[in-house]
Structure formats: structure tokens, C-alpha cells
Design a protein around this ligand. Structure first.
Ligand code: F6P
Length: 339
């Protein structure tokens, strides 16, 4: 039996830890592992390579993915299972481990319905996959944002400025909420809660009147800007909005309403780069080990998930049916510290 493994969708730190764990656990069982290059594209184009224990040594600390990734989809760019079955057969892959975000996991679930033995591992810095409490990559992204907030706070303080930090997350505010709380932001703007810019400006002015001559505002990329529109730079090759740009609009509006100088920093792809935190190394490793066990144990159609502190199997189709939005009550603790 051979187990295939691929990474699909946007990359994030911790993917290599999961690949390493799948390979290590499966080969310990005497099984072969086949790495598929560039996500689903490798299956469509027949690009695979054997992965042994030696191929994954030293990977824990390495960001990105050694397999490469893409947003190519076999149902959009091919005819679904028939267009990848040639590669699956020639590589003798009986079970496929898909390390992906909600889109890639939905594709995996559909292939599962069409007859493929598939196991999912949730990854995305956005942390918006419904079936798991935490996805690979989220923790590292949050730490990167917190490090940036710490640095931006000292320069904001020196210049009496309102510093706006735009973070990723698509339609969910998980990164903004966690990083804003950990970084001690004065305000956290998320897509799940309507923003009253006038009220925000009044709170910032009141804070400055109390002697705090700077404010730090975290805004998630999916928040509608002051004009009411979600900011994007068009759509990507697959028709998905490329979100980004709301930070500048928020900064300009707050400068206008408060009279204080404001600056914006968009953290962008920095949030997906570099070495994973210890949390993501551990999560990637635990998910990879469990996914391999499900794959060779004949438990296709499942996704590994973190529930509390336990790694458990959940139904793959159910796990990615909906996007997991931030529960606004998550902001309650942070609100005590707002301007
Ligand atoms: O889903 C992860 C993510 O980084 C989002 O936060 C962001 O909106 C998007 O991917 C960017 O995607 P791309 O790599 O296609 O530009």
C-alpha cells in the first residue's frame, strides 16, 4: 500500500512538520509514501516522487512546503476523479492525505464521495475550518502579528500616532482577535462585528485626552471600510477576491475624524512566512501522525481535528462544509482594555 500526500491552497508554517509526520509514521509501518508536487496540479500532471524517512529529516523548523502548493482544483481544471486517477494508479496510491484549507478540503471531500480514500489535515492561518478548534499555521501567524505590534507600538508612542495594522483572515477575524488581545491593541476590527468609525474615533480622542498619546488599531482584511465596501485587488485566477487595502482607508478616516496623524502597516504575506512556532510544530506533528494512522487504518473520509487538547477524527465533509467565523464574545476580554 502507498499513501499519497499533498499540500494545497495557500502555504503556511507547519506544513513540513505535518509532511514529516505522515512519512515517518507510515514508513514505520512498512508503507510507501508518495509526495505529490504543487497540490492537485501534481496529480493532474503526474508529478510525484517517493518520500522516505531521509527525505523529511530536519523539516520541523522549515517554513513553506517541500512539496510546493497551488490553488489548482481537479473539478475546476479537470473532470474530477477521472482526471487524477491515472497518476494515482501509476504511483499505486491507495489512500491520499490532503493538507489543505477549507477549499482544498472540500475538494478532498468531493473526491471521497466519488470513491477516493482520502484523509484531511486542516491548515490555514485564517483558522476558519469549522471542524477543528485550531488549524496548522494560525499560531505562527498570530505570533508574527504580535511581534509586529510590539515594534509598531514603540514607534507609534514616539510620534503620537494612530497606528493601523492590517492583518489577513479572509472573512474571519481570528488572527485580528488573537493578535490584538496578545499585542494589547486599543481596538480590534473584525468582519463579524460592524464597525462604527465615528465611535472608534471618539474613543481614540478620549484616550488621548486621558494622556495616552498613541493608539494601535488592528483591522482584519475582510472588514468593510468606511465607505461600506470590502477592499480587494480584484480576483485571483480562480475567481476568489484578493482581499487587502482596508487598512489605508481606515487610517485615512481615523486621521480625518480624530485630527491625529495616522499610519498603516499591512503585514500581508509575512504572516505566512518563516519558521513555525513550537505550537505549530507540535500540531503539525500530531495531525500528521494521526492522519497516517487513519489512512493505513482504512478510515478514509475523515479529517484530523483538535478538540480541546485531543486530536480526533471527524467527518471530512462535515468539517469543511461551512466557514468558521469568529464568535464575537471572543472580543469581550479585550474590550476591557480598549480606548
Ligand atoms: O487563506 C490564507 C490567506 O493567506 C488569506 O488570509 C489571504 O486572504 C489569502 O490567503 C491570500 O491568498 P493568495 O496566496 O492566493 O494571495
Amino acid at each position: 500500500m502507498a499513501i499519497g500526500v499533498l499540500t494545497a491552497g495557500g502555504d503556511c508554517p507547519g506544513l513540513n512538520a505535518a509532511i514529516r509526520a505522515v512519512v515517518t509514521r507510515a514508513t514505520a509501518e512498512g508503507l510507501e509514501v508518495v509526495g505529490i508536487e504543487e497540490g492537485w496540479n501534481g496529480l493532474l500532471e503526474g508529478r510525484t516522487r517517493p518520500l522516505g524517512r531521509d527525505d523529511v529529516r530536519g523539516l520541523l523548523r522549515k517554513g513553506g512546503t517541500i512539496l510546493g502548493t497551488s490553488r489548482i482544483d481537479p473539478y475546476i481544471h479537470g473532470e474530477g476523479l477521472p482526471s487524477i486517477s491515472g497518476t494515482l494508479d501509476s504511483a499505486r496510491i491507495d489512500s491520499l492525505v490532503v493538507i489543505g484549507g477549507d477549499g482544498s478540503l472540500r475538494t478532498a471531500a468531493r473526491l471521497g464521495e466519488d470513491g477516493l480514500d482520502v484523509v484531511g489535515i486542516p491548515k490555514t492561518i485564517d483558522n476558519d475550518i469549522a471542524g477543528t478548534d485550531v488549524s496548522i499555521g494560525f499560531h505562527t501567524a498570530v505570533q508574527i502579528v504580535v511581534d509586529a505590534i510590539d515594534r509598531l507600538t514603540t514607534t507609534a508612542e514616539s510620534h503620537n500616532r494612530v497606528m493601523v495594522v492590517e492583518v489577513m483572515g479572509r472573512t474571519a477575524g481570528w488572527i485580528a482577535a488573537a493578535a490584538g488581545l496578545a499585542g494589547g491593541a486599543e481596538a480590534i476590527l473584525v468582519p463579524e462585528v460592524a464597525v462604527d468609525y465615528q465611535d472608534l474615533a471618539s474613543r481614540i480622542v478620549a484616550r488621548h485626552d486621558r494622556g495616552h498619546h498613541y493608539s494601535l488599531v488592528v483591522v482584519a482584511e475582510g472588514v468593510p471600510g468606511p465607505s461600506g465596501e470590502v477592499h480587494s485587488a480584484g480576483v485571483d485566477a480562480y475567481g476568489f477576491a484578493r482581499l487587502g487595502g482596508v487598512g489605508s482607508a481606515v487610517s485615512a478616516r481615523l486621521e480625518e475624524l480624530t485630527g491625529f496623524e495616522s499610519r498603516v502597516t499591512t503585514l500581508g504575506y509575512l504572516q505566512r512566512g518563516g519558521s513555525p512556532t513550537s505550537y505549530d510544530r507540535i500540531l503539525g506533528t500530531r495531525f500528521g501522525v494521526k492522519a497516517a494512522e487513519l489512512a493505513f487504518g482504512g478510515r478514509g473520509g475523515m479529517m484530523v481535528a483538535l478538540k480541546g487538547d485531543e486530536v480526533v477524527p471527524v467527518d471530512l465533509g462535515e468539517a469543511c462544509r461551512e466557514v468558521r467565523r469568529l464568535d464575537p464574545s471572543r472580543l469581550e476580554d479585550a474590550a476591557w482594555f480598549f480606548a
